[in-house]
Design a protein around this ligand. Structure first.
Ligand SMILES: [Zn+2]
Length: 169
């Protein structure tokens, strides 16, 4: 017997349980199996494996399906929330950078005038720009400390996530 014949036999054994095999092929396989111990051993193994798989195959109960779906939905909401949070952080960053630039510009433009009127030395104007760059961040940080119940948590994020989900539908 040639290697080719064994290969053909193994191929037919594998396909037999899964798809239709032509009658001529099936007959050839049977005659090969009676003559070839190796291939018939493989065929027996393949048969018992198939039976075993069919025996342990379970159908998912409705409860399992429901729990899995609920978990998937929770996970999707969580990911959605994370994404919305990133958008909010990016927006906050832009607003912060813009207000920093604006307040620094205002000080650069009118700081000298303010210093003269309040009676501060004019040497304070230049270093003052740094203070006014940081001022919005300090104010925001102060507000966050003063109101430690962040509106960014929970409800707002959920609302953002729902809105996002609504857009897609
Ligand atoms: Zn063989």
């Amino acid at each position: 017997m040639t290697n080719r014949e064994h290969e053909r036999a193994l191929d037919l054994i594998t396909r037999r349980g899964v798809e239709d095999v032509a009658a001529a092929d099936a007959a050839w396989l049977e005659s090969h199996l009676t003559a070839c111990a190796d291939c018939s051993e493989y065929a027996a193994l393949a048969n018992s494996t198939g039976r075993l798989l069919r025996a342990v195959a379970i159908t998912a109960s409705p409860a399992l399906v429901a729990t899995t779906q609920a978990r998937l939905r929770a996970r999707a909401t969580y990911l959605q929330e994370q994404r919305s949070r990133m958008v909010l952080i990016a927006m906050s960053f832009c607003i912060g950078a813009m207000s920093s630039a604006l307040s620094a510009w205002l000080w650069w433009r009118f700081g000298g005038w303010v210093a003269r009127h309040v009676g501060l030395p004019s040497a304070i104007v230049e270093p003052g720009i740094l203070l006014f760059l940081l001022l919005p961040a300090i104010v925001i940080a102060g507000l966050l400390l003063a109101f430690p119940h962040p509106i960014f948590e929970g409800s707002l994020m959920l609302a953002l996530a729902r809105e996002h989900e609504g857009e897609k539908r």
